[in-house]
Design a protein around this ligand. Sequence first.
Ligand code: NAD
Length: 278
Amino acid sequence: MSNIVNGKEMSEKILNEVKQELKFEMIKPSVAVIQIGNNSASDKYVSNKMKACEDVGIYFRHHQFEAGTSELTIVNKIKELNNDDYVNGIIVQLPVPSNYNEKRLINSIINSKDVDGLTDINAGRLIHGKKTLIPCTAMAVMEILDQNNVELSGKNFVIVGRGKLVGRPLMELMLERDATVTICHSKTENLSEYTKKADILVSATGINNLITAEMVKKGVIVIDVGINFEEGKQSGDVDFDSVSKKASLITPNPGGVGPMTVAMLIKNVMTCFRNKKK
Ligand code: NAD
C-alpha cells in the first residue's frame, strides 16, 4: 500500500506561515480575479481562492463580467488593475467563453502581477531558466515531490497532458532538475508503453480513470492533477483504488494537488507583494 499525500495538510502549513508573516504588515497584499460569464466549476475555484486569501489576510477583489461584455471593457479593467498600486496580483479565471481572445486577455496583465504565470513573457522566461512567476499547479506538483523528498535527477518523469497550465511548465521545471522527461497527449499511441516506464507519473488530462494499475510499474510515484465532475462528485485521471496498491506515493483526488495549487497561488501573490516592497 502506498503513502498517500495529504495535500490539505501540506497546504494549511504553507497558508499558516503566510498568515503569520502578514500579521506584521500594515498594508496587506491584494489580488484581483477577472471572471467572465457563468461556469459552475469556475465559481467553485474562485470561491476556494477567495476563502484561502481571506483566511491568510490577502484582500480579494472579484470582478465578475457578464458573458456579453466587450473584450475592450475587460482589457481596460485589467489595465486599470495593472496601474493600481494596491493590487499585487491579477488573475483571468480560465476558461473564458470562446468568443474572447484568451491570449490577448492574459497578455494584458503586467508581468509583475501575473500570479498565474501565464503571460507569454513569463512563460518564455521559464523556458530560458530565468526567475519568473510559475503556473501554480506545476509549482504544486514540484512542491509535493520536494516535500516528500523525491529524488528527481535521472528519473523517468512521464507527463500525460501537454496543456499550458500543467504539462508544459512541468516539463521545463523537471528538465531544470535533470529528470528525463516524456510528454504524452491525446495523439500518443500506446500510452501505457510510456506510463509503464515512469518512475514519476503526472496525469493532467481531465479523463476519468485514464490511468489504471496495468499501466504503471510497482513503486511508481503518481500525481493526479486532472479534475472530473460526475454527478457533482469530483474525481481525477487515476483509478486510485487499483493504482494505490502499486504506487509508493500517490495523491488522492480530491485532497491532493487542488489544495496545494491554491497554496502556490498565495505564494505567488506574496512574491509579487515582496517584490513591490523592494
Ligand atoms: P488542457 O485541456 O489544456 O490539456 C489537457 C491535455 O490532456 C491535452 O494536452 C490533451 O492532449 C491531453 N489528453 C486528452 N485526452 C487524452 C488521452 N486520452 N490520453 C492522453 N492525453 C490526453 O487542460 P489543462 O489546463 O492542462 O488541465 C488538465 C486537467 O488538469 C484538467 O482536468 C483540469 O481541470 C485539471 N487541473 C487541475 C488543477 C488542480 O488544481 N488540481 C489545476 C489546473 C488544471
